[in-house]
Design a protein around this ligand. Structure first.
Ligand code: DOR
Length: 430
């Protein structure tokens, strides 16, 4: 018998009068004024917003291979502190997660860490080489039960290979997540192709390199009748293509990162490689369009693309720096800033884009569930009025490459519960 937990005075989805929520045996046992046993753990949470635990479809945990920048244990800690109860670990590790042995290894390390459900993403092609389909079936049949496949970091650019992957995924009830970047259009690219890059002398990464692949793959997915997911949408034009494809009934979903909702290529003027990311930071008009697309459902969800990098790979000249930035512990705050404070989303909308839709896209039956009696207690408690200052060195990740260093951000995760057990309590690991 586990100890009961009583969350006092919370507002599910930020709606209605405050209620008490009782949690017992991993489930929500009562909502309203439920009576708890004498030894129940009582948490005073007046005014806090209760949401379903967040689900991140796009995380780089770097293990195996780059444990100097992140491990599954430290990445899981960052995820729990960010309000996540499930994350998808991208396949661009060393060795690549392109076979059953590696995905089972990642899965087991996630279970051992025990802070968040770690679901390995399987590579689409062997070694992310883009030439030969990986054994998707054996990864799906493994203990890790892989249902999301991606070569993220690289685009599956061969249209025939992409077509075959999409066709094959149907029998596995899986989704192919595409890093949309036509490589012939981004050779040597260092930044968004536009005014800023031209002024600084960086080779450009044109919006059309993303949009052309998204359009192509929507057509292929529709032809195959398969499910396609677009990783880290970064341009207004991609939102237009997605709207067009969805109107035609294409089975396509898409994610946007917190950094593409907030940051623009204006940041490049400081030459600080902390701002280097792939796809690159775009223009203010793009961030505006991405916010609207997320609000109206053209873009389904938020995913972090949490990408830890070592100091020597970031504190160097721009061209030599690796692309990517930390995201797990700041995602909720950036969404609060860009979507909630702007009035584009209410907290129910935040639940949709950070929990419900990603859980649906990945086919997780016990995540992103309604806050209701009998449902699994995978939950996140948010203080909507809190503000905090980001310090990279204080984040749980081993790497510290946050673009928000020193920024004061709104909204804080105060607690996270995984199957009725605190992983985070009072903003700290439980
Ligand atoms: O900025 C990025 N970093 N984009 C990617 O697609 C890959 C990622 C990484 O693995 O560092």
């Amino acid at each position: 018998m586990t100890t009961e937990i009583l969350l006092k005075g919370v507002r599910p989805y930020g709606e209605g009068d405050p209620v008490d929520v009782l949690i017992a045996d991993g489930e929500i046992a009562g909502i309203g004024s439920p009576s708890a046993t004498d030894d129940a753990e009582v948490v005073e949470a007046a005014g806090q917003v209760l949401l379903p635990g967040f689900v991140d479809l796009h995380t780089h945990l770097r293990e195996p291979g780059r444990e100097d920048t992140e491990t599954i244990a430290t990445g899981s800690a960052a995820a729990a502190l960010g309000g996540y109860t499930a994350v998808f670990a991208m396949a661009n590790t060393d060795p690549v997660a392109d076979n059953a042995v590696v995905v089972e290894h990642v899965w087991r390390l996630g279970q051992a860490a025990g802070l968040v459900d770690v679901h390995p993403v399987g590579a689409v092609t062997v070694g992310l080489g883009g030439e030969k389909l990986a054994e998707l079936g054996t990864m799906a049949a493994s203990a890790a039960g892989v249902r999301v496949f991606s070569d993220d970091g690289k685009c599956v650019h061969d249209p025939l290979l992409m077509r075959r992957a999409l066709e094959y995924s149907i029998a596995l009830d899986a989704v192919i997540a595409q890093h949309a970047e036509e490589p012939r259009l981004t050779v040597g690219a260092q930044a968004h192709e536009g005014e800023q890059a031209a002024r600084l002398g960086y080779a450009g990464w044109p919006a059309s390199a993303e949009e052309s692949i998204v359009a192509r793959d929507c057509l292929l997915a529709r032809h195959a009748g398969a499910r396609l997911h677009i990783c880290h949408v970064s341009t207004a034009g991609t939102a237009d293509v997605l709207a067009w494809a969805k109107e035609r009934g294409t089975r396509v979903s898409a994610e946007v990162t917190p950094h593409h909702l907030l940051l623009t290529d204006e940041r490049l003027s400081g030459y600080d490689p902390v701002n280097k990311v792939n796809p690159p930071l775009r223009t203010g008009a793009d961030t505006e369009r991405l916010r609207r697309a997320l609000a109206d459902g053209v873009i389904d969800c938020v995913a972090t693309d949490h990408a830890p990098h070592a100091v020597q790979d970031k504190d160097c000249e721009w061209a030599a720096a690796k692309p990517g930035m930390l995201g797990l512990q700041t995602a909720l705050s950036i969404v609060t800033e860009t979507m909630v404070r702007s009035g584009l989303l209410d907290w129910r909308g935040v639940a949709r884009v950070m929990s419900e839709r990603p859980a649906e896209i990945a086919g997780l039956p016990d995540q992103g569930r309604p806050i209701a009696v009998g449902e699994p207690a995978n939950l996140t408690l948010v203080d909507p009025d809190a503000e905090w200052t980001v310090r990279g060195a204080e984040l749980a990740s081993i790497a510290a490459n946050t673009p928000y260093e020193g920024m004061r951000l709104p909204g804080a995760v105060t607690a996270t519960l995984l199957r009725g057990r605190f992983t985070v309590r009072e903003g700290k690991l439980a």
